[in-house]
Design a protein around this ligand. Structure first.
Ligand code: UD1
Length: 336
């Protein structure tokens, strides 16, 4: 299939691009490099031997998107592009709503006009809000604690309504848990701007000597060791879920939601300890107050994806810790 990847130069998009090529698909990337680098296309070519076509456009811009759909005959769209910093979304909510909602509407309009019917959306476990219980099952109540999360949930609603009204449309909503790790070649990985917000990039930058020590946000949660528990998933496993999702979308109509996690939760201290053991490094850390908006535990019931998509995570925490450090240690300044 010829597949449009919006945000295809980003962390999850770039790994998905490689897995799509490995599976015999033809990805095309649309990216404005707002939070990614053109160098990613060289790295994808090194790994796969394929130069992926690029449209350097903003997918909120209907004219550019229309011109791209006019030129390419897409079979499917995977929509990764979007703003994703929780704290920034609280400070700049209108920017988040404008960007993250407009892009989806623009793509849906172009798809209707050009007869493209398969849509896979990058959603997030953040749509479960403060969970009543774990593991999280797709049918559980949703609700968000910040504008970023609301843009994910609103996009889920928009896509569900669009698919209900247009019998040609097939929508797959993938609710990602916590993606970490990197391509095993060490040529693709996560390259956050500035000081990382997320745990694993923070740990790898401490390991690299770029940051002094990790702050562990809270040790008084009702968990095994008092620190927050999350379902960390290797980005290559997550990428492979997208290959399954476009195959699945192409065989059916309507909307389906899948949790994409491993089903296992690890605490912050378990991650830190695994990272130190696997890579034979020391990570200095100190306990800090809880971070506003954080929850105690969040991990998936991943059985629906296993049963219906035929997908499950294959890599374990040691793989994630090893590959995250392999990427960071070989790319001190990311792609720059
Ligand atoms: C965060 C976002 C979530 C988003 C996801 C994308 C928040 C509140 N949530 O998830 O909406 O979908 O990223 O990847 O920002 N931690 C530390 N020290 C750090 C960083 C994190 O102790 O320096 C802890 C956190 O308290 C949490 C765990 O590590 O318990 C994971 O944090 P993080 O990687 O930021 O992911 P989430 O908060 O789960």
């Amino acid at each position: 299939m010829k597949v449009l990847l919006t945000g295809g130069a980003g962390f999850i998009g770039s790994h998905t691009c490689v897995e799509l090529i490995n599976a015999g698909h033809e990805p095309v990337i649309a990216d404005n490099f707002d939070n990614s680098c053109p160098e990613v296309l060289n790295r994808i070519e090194e790994i796969t031997g394929r130069r992926v076509p690029l449209y350097e456009i903003d997918v909120c811009d209907g004219e550019s998107v229309g011109a791209m759909f006019e030129k390419e005959s897409f079979d499917a769209v995977i929509h990764f592009a979007g703003l994703k910093a929780v704290g920034e979304s609280c400070a700049l909510p209108l920017r988040y709503y404008r960007n993250n909602i407009d892009s989806t509407l623009t793509l849906l309009e172009a798809m209707a006009k050009y007869g493209v019917s398969n849509f896979v959306f990058s959603s997030s476990a953040t749509v479960y809000g403060v969970p009543e219980k774990v593991p999280l099952v797709e049918g559980m109540p949703t609700g968000c604690t910040n504008p970023y999360g609301w843009t994910k949930l609103m996009n889920e609603q928009i896509l569900t309504d669009a698919a209900a009204a247009d019998e040609r449309l097939s929508v797959v909503l993938l609710r990602y848990f916590n993606p970490i790790g990197a391509h095993e070649s060490g040529r693709l990985g996560e390259d956050p701007n500035g000081i990382p917000n997320n745990l694993m990039p923070y740990i790898t930058q401490v390991a690299a000597g770029k940051l002094e020590k990790l702050g562990v946000f809270g040790d008084d949660y009702p968990t095994r060791d008092g620190t927050g528990v999350r379902d960390y998933i290797h980005v290559v496993d997550l990428a492979k879920a997208h290959v399954k999702a476009i195959d699945y979308a192409a065989t059916r109509k309507g909307t389906e939601i899948f949790n994409i996690g491993t089903g296992t939760g690890y605490s912050v201290l378990e991650i830190v300890n695994a990272f130190m053991r696997v890579n034979d490094l020391t990570i200095p850390y100190e306990i800090k107050p809880r971070r506003a908006g954080d929850i105690a535990e969040c991990y998936a019931d991943a059985s629906k994806a296993r049963e219906i998509l035929g997908w499950q995570a294959e890599k374990d925490l040691d793989d994630m810790c090893r590959d995250s450090w392999n990427w960071q240690s070989k790319n001190k300044n990311g792609y720059k």
